[in-house]
Write a protein that binds this ligand. Structure first.
Ligand SMILES: [Zn+2]
Length: 198
């Protein structure tokens, strides 16, 4: 017997999510069906809230409920040190390591010719505009150490060099091919301490 229409629609919506196949989508829909009303209300409210209220910080493009995120808005952080990362998840990973006191710039991806991601698809122009203001003493390239992360950092280095700012790259101990979010705390701390000027 086929599912009722709304059930099919729900399964189709879940199946659009990254990493969710048809069978998992069906399991999610079945869960919704049997979950307590309170839990389902809470979930639909949160989905709406996240979609409406969370957007990119105007300065660094990290996720924020305010126009300026809590990191950019924090006067106790070192606003002369800028770390460039690929995604908001990387910011969370670095924040968890607790060792970094500067601010961030989130590119929203990495260069990938294979997937058709070029410089214009990332927040690179915005990064250069920020650096051109001349308030940064150091820019740390914190992109992942895989092919795309490396290509991105090489490209950024070339763009940043003429701006006469010190550019470093975190490298040490970050395993090849790993996204920052999967790197453990101690490794990440070491990666920052041993960053090298490029
Ligand atoms: Zn911000």
């Amino acid at each position: 017997m086929p599912y009722p229409d709304s059930m099919i629609q729900l399964i189709e919506e879940f199946a659009k999510m990254p990493g969710v196949g048809r069978r998992t989508a069906e399991r999610f829909a079945m869960y919704i069906l049997s979950a307590p009303a309170e839990s389902v209300d809470n979930l639909s409210e949160l989905v709406r809230k996240v979609h409406q209220n969370i957007h990119a910080c105007q300065e660094c493009f990290n996720l924020s409920e305010e126009t300026i995120c809590h990191i950019c808005g924090d006067p106790t952080r070192n606003h002369t040190l800028l770390c460039v990362v690929q995604t908001p998840k990387d910011v969370i990973a670095i924040e968890k390591s607790g060792d970094y006191a500067g601010i961030y710039h989130v590119l929203m991806g990495a260069l990938s010719p294979l997937e058709g991601v070029g410089p214009k698809d990332l927040r690179i122009k915005e990064l250069l505009d920020r650096v051109k203001k001349g308030t940064f003493k150091e820019v740390v390239l914190g992109t992942s150490s895989d092919t795309e992360g490396d290509a991105t950092s090489t490209y950024l280095m070339k763009q940043l060099k003429p701006l006469k700012v010190k550019v470093t790259r975190i490298a040490h101990g970050v395993p090849v091919g790993s996204a920052l979010e999967f790197v453990d705390k101690a490794t990440l701390t070491r990666a920052f301490r041993h960053r090298q000027e490029i």
